[in-house]
Design a binder for this molecule. Structure first.
Ligand SMILES: Nc1nc2c(c(=O)[nH]1)N[C@H]1C(S)=C(S)[C@@H](COP(=O)(O)O)O[C@H]1N2
Ligand SMILES: [Mo]
Length: 199
């Protein structure tokens, strides 16, 4: 076997290192849904945070719209290896929704209309890291991409960004969601390539 320099074999860094390991860039917006697209009218939509102490905080669509809105731009990374740069959203920061929520819980289980669930540490939803978004690229979020509203938590693999989001349950103990209980990584950091359990 000859000596092959790592520098020769290695790929050039993509777009100044914005592409996590094993990912490639796409310019379209793939749709990945584990089941049919639920249709929820805005006037029937609600979002709730349930605390570990049994308190519920609810927002109607009108109440969500009345909250301060942010327009995050983020790179998103799907575990099936596509990444999309500079996606532009509009929605409400989870920091705003958690303002009046008293909790000592460390874990969050996000659930969606249609039954999808995904789990993450509560701290990954706070401090400007996550939003409930209802607009994408300047338009109302399409049903196939999670409209009326979805979670967007771009620093983790995109399966954590629950479409058709309905609520968040705060838990003292971690509880795996849909993909997390099917062999995917519990945390899902794309920069550490945490795709599957054991990665
Ligand atoms: N409710 C729900 N949310 C979901 C999913 C799903 O199947 N159901 N798929 C996840 C996965 S695997 C990915 S990659 C993204 C895909 O979002 P997109 O279809 O808007 O690209 O949504 C995530 N959120
Ligand atoms: Mo995904």
């Amino acid at each position: 076997m000859g000596i092959i320099s790592r520098g020769f074999r290695g790929r050039p860094r993509d777009d100044h290192g914005r592409l996590p390991p094993g990912q490639y860039q796409v310019h379209d917006f793939p749709v990945l849904s584990a089941g049919p697209t639920p249709r929820i009218e805005q006037d029937r939509w609600e979002f709730a945070i349930d605390t570990e102490a049994g308190q519920t905080h609810r927002w109607s669509w009108q109440e969500l719209m009345a909250l301060p809105q942010e327009s995050p731009t983020a790179d998103i990374h799907c575990v099936t290896k596509w990444s999309k740069f500079d996606t532009t959203w509009q929605g409400v920061s989870l920091d705003v929704l958690f303002e009046d929520v008293e909790t000592a819980a460390e874990y969050a289980l996000v659930h969606s209309y249609g039954g999808y669930t995904t789990n993450l540490p509560l701290e990954d939803l706070l401090d400007g890291k996550a939003w409930i978004c209802h607009r994408f690229d300047g338009e109302e979020l399409e049903p196939q991409h999670g409209g009326p509203a979805r979670l967007v938590v771009p620093h983790l693999y995109f399966w954590k960004s629950a479409k058709w989001v309905r609520g968040i349950r705060l838990l003292n103990e971690d509880w795996p969601g849909f993909w997390e209980s099917a062999g995917y990584h519990n945390y899902g950091d794309p920069w550490r390539e945490q795709r599957y359990e054991g990665d």
